[in-house]
Design a protein around this ligand. Structure first.
Ligand code: THU
Length: 141
């Protein structure tokens, strides 16, 4: 488990990213802050599209930014979300984002921190959110 200060920092960075969400359709903004094994933080926001399906969630934005810069091991991600840029839901990652996490993270140890504020958050393991997931180990022979 990251220390209290790191959790606080992740939540603040996630909340800050809600300002960057491109959300003309749902008006629901999500921010994410992803902690690498080596201690860097990569952030993300959701980015919607007029054709709907090309939209991407905040969590995947953060993962793809980090992976594209060479990081493939992660400790935790903070997620904040709500209508009209206010973090007022305990927002948990969608199924597609859970699957992306499962590609890079150990489900037993990777933590998803769903937050309303730096003082109000819930912590889940990826395994709790994605039990019996299909992952890289399934393709080993
Ligand atoms: N969304 C995220 O970015 N992350 C989540 O965990 C849930 C949903 C986005 C997708 C879409 O832009 C908006 O929130 C409403 O579904």
């Amino acid at each position: 488990m990251p220390d209290k200060e790191t959790i606080r920092e992740l939540i603040m960075r996630a909340m800050g990213m809600m300002k960057m969400s491109y959300i003309p359709y749902s008006h629901f903004s999500v921010g994410a802050a992803l902690l690498t094994d080596s201690g860097e933080i990569y952030t993300g926001c959701n980015i919607e599209n007029a054709a709907y399906t090309p939209s991407v969630c905040a969590e995947r934005t953060a993962f793809f930014k980090a992976v594209s810069e060479g990081h493939t091991s992660f400790k935790a991600i903070a997620v904040t979300g709500g209508m009209n840029r206010k973090a007022e839901d305990f927002c948990t990652p969608c199924g597609v984002c859970r699957q992306v996490m499962n590609e890079f993270c150990d489900p037993e140890t990777f933590l998803v921190i769903s937050a309303l504020s730096p003082d109000s958050y819930r912590v889940f393991t990826l395994k709790e959110l994605l039990p019996y997931g299909f992952g890289p180990d399934n393709l080993k022979n």
